[in-house]
Write a protein that binds this ligand. Structure first.
Ligand code: ING
Length: 311
């Protein structure tokens, strides 16, 4: 039994005018509750320090550097790292990263229980578009403001096991989980900011989005015999609704815990990393069952290439 008591720390809405300091206070309150409830790991959402700014278009991208962190810990987040270390709790959260070379990424970090950053991930599957799209009911400009991640899908030794990270849209892509599964991942932790309506398909609302959200997480967990912890930033940000759906899937693909509502809240669950063993040693024993000689298209092609018509 290698138990990890995880605290999935959902954040309610962050308005454009809200300061980082104010958000960090909310994160600290969730951290205190998690420590009181015996958590050793607390997972916060994607872009946890600011509003979901990729919904806004600016012509001059440098204007949006205000949403990015150039240091981590930074002036406002140092208190979070210090308190987590004092409490002996590891934390993971997402933020907009601007590197010294001036690159912009949608990033998440993972610390050990002493507050040291032991893992970093940069979002690879960026949804949305680069230019303002008048045909959409709302903009989703992640491809405008972020570069695709350049760190791959690493897995880290943490919490007496193997933990990997991904971010939001990544959860919809099977490659995300499989690349980590091939490194033995036992828990995938991720944050998300998901608009509750599809900007290109008005008929697709909250129910359908929740269905795809759960489907993606459960499939990823089951097909790689791993725990999956998904944490929302939820609620209405400056009139734009983000869905909830903070939940934990076990290595058999079952949703074993789910947080109702769209406010700040903590979902706590005991995750036994040894529960991943059966799936990894039987049905998803990759070494025994995978036939990579037939999988070439997966890395040889980007898009679809249909077979030639028979003469
Ligand atoms: N948000 C959304 C997500 O993947 C999206 C974008 C929603 C894409 C629904 C496709 C369908 O949850 C982010 N931030 O990736």
């Amino acid at each position: 039994m290698r138990n990890v008591r995880v605290g999935a720390a959902q954040l309610g809405p962050i308005q454009r005018a809200e300061s980082r300091a104010s958000v960090v206070k909310r994160m600290l309150a969730l951290l205190e509750e998690a420590a009181r409830r015996g958590c050793t790991l607390v997972v916060y959402p994607e872009l946890a320090l600011t509003t979901f700014f990729p919904r806004w278009h600016v012509e001059e991208r440098a204007e949006f550097d205000v949403w990015f962190e150039t240091a981590m810990p930074g002036p406002e987040t140092a208190a979070l790292f210090q308190r987590a270390a004092a409490l002996g709790v590891a934390i993971s959260f997402g933020y907009a990263e601007k590197t010294p070379a001036g690159e912009h990424f949608n990033t998440s970090i993972l610390t050990d229980r002493k507050g040291a950053i032991i893992g970093k991930y940069r979002k690879i599957h960026l949804p949305g578009h680069v230019e303002f799209d008048p045909a959409r009911t709302h903009q989703h400009l992640e491809k405008r403001y972020f570069l695709p991640g350049d760190l791959g899908f690493p897995v880290f030794h943490a919490q007496d096991g193997l933990i990997g990270m991904c971010i939001c849209n990544d959860r919809r892509w099977p490659e995300t989980y499989r690349v980590m599964g091939l490194q033995g991942v036992e828990m995938v932790i991720l944050g998300f900011n998901t608009p509750s309506v599809n900007s290109q398909k008005a008929a697709e609302g909250l129910e359908e989005r929740m269905f795809h959200h759960r489907l993606s997480l459960q499939a990823g967990a089951y097909q790689n015999a791993t725990w999956v912890v998904a944490v929302a930033k939820a609620g209405v940000e400056d009139g734009h609704h983000l869905m909830g759906g903070t939940l934990i899937c076990d290595p058999e693909g079952h949703i074993v815990a789910e947080l109702p509502g769209e406010d700040d809240g903590l979902l706590v669950h005991d995750c036994d990393l040894d529960a991943t063993r059966f799936g990894k040693e039987t049905i998803f024993d990759f070494k025994r069952h995978r036939r990579i000689e037939h999988y070439g298209r997966i890395t040889a092609q980007v898009g679809v290439e249909t077979p030639p018509q028979s003469a």
